[in-house]
Design a protein around this ligand. Sequence first.
Ligand code: SF4
Ligand code: SF4
Length: 368
Amino acid sequence: MSRVIVRHAEYNYKTLRPVIFEILDALAGKVIQRNSRVVIKPNLLAPAAPDRAIVTHPLIVRAVAEYVIDKGARPRISDSPAVGSFDRVLRESGIREELSGLDVEYKVFKDIVSINVGKPFEKIDIAADAVNADVLINLPKLKTHTHMLLTLGIKNLFGCIVGLRKPEWHLRSGVDKEMFATLLVKIYQAVNPAVTLIDGILAMEGQGPGKRGVPRKLGLVMGSTNAASLDATITRMLGIPEGHVPTNRSARRLGLVPDDIIIDGDLPEIKDFRLPDITRIVFGPRKFHRFIRKHLVQRPACEDDLCKLCGECWKYCPAGAITHSTKMISFDYDKCIRCYCCIEVCPHGALSQYETLTGKITRKLLNL
Ligand code: SF4
Ligand code: SF4
């Protein structure tokens, strides 16, 4: 049995603070001890203002930090952003300013510890500060994700993989979403957050989780000690079958989603939440996989007039599939593993995914 708390809220600190305090009291009140080191892990994907709905809102981070201080414990805010420096993300997200005057430490995830998570990955290098925290508080943002459909509690903890080890894992998982989802669930189990509290006040729909996504007001904060239960509940709330999200499937397969999830609060039914356009990565007979991948799986593409040649995409691409001239970037679609990391990290919204004409025609003919 696990419990998911649902509360309606706005970004108004006077009303938000008691809501966050109530949720944390119910879920983590007993585990946060005086002087304990509490690591708070927001979604700090990239430098972005709070109204873009890319990062966890600074007011939520502030309320959680104040709660920890109130308990006599020591809050530390940590993450390993995919794009930009940790300091820049803290500044542009408004977190630095919002928390000024509070006794909070900021520390980028850097040192690693090897954790044996069993087959098929065996040892994974994870941020030591996340693994060794007395208490870890996971603070995701409710967003869509062009690769994993949604990024919720479990996916947020991919930030505990330090720096360029993230694209390495994308490459090792290749086109296999199930494998990648299992990796994410194993990371969740290894860092074992005491509580996951998701910012769904201003969520993101469409082509998330980066600049291509569209902010969508839902007015919700939700929490649970079990991120798998929380993710499954949110997925159902958005009108999506639970198994459509790969991390939900992996979490259920690994026995992390109990059959009896108690909903504490008023869970709305959201029927018009816009999901990203994604195609399945691998389907059909194995001998056609190469053709299918080449033509039927959407490719990343660049709108050259939006591209600033900043280099984030080619630095991050796990497959080394992006090259550039002085005028534009180019993709090697034979090398590209369709992880869409480049779309996620592009700070200028210049990248999107598209299907080739051959793909469209084949899909129509085969009724796929
Ligand atoms: S596509 Fe985006 S990330 Fe890549 S170089 Fe252009 S602006 Fe930078
Ligand atoms: S080009 Fe983009 S989608 Fe393809 S492998 Fe590189 S980062 Fe992933």
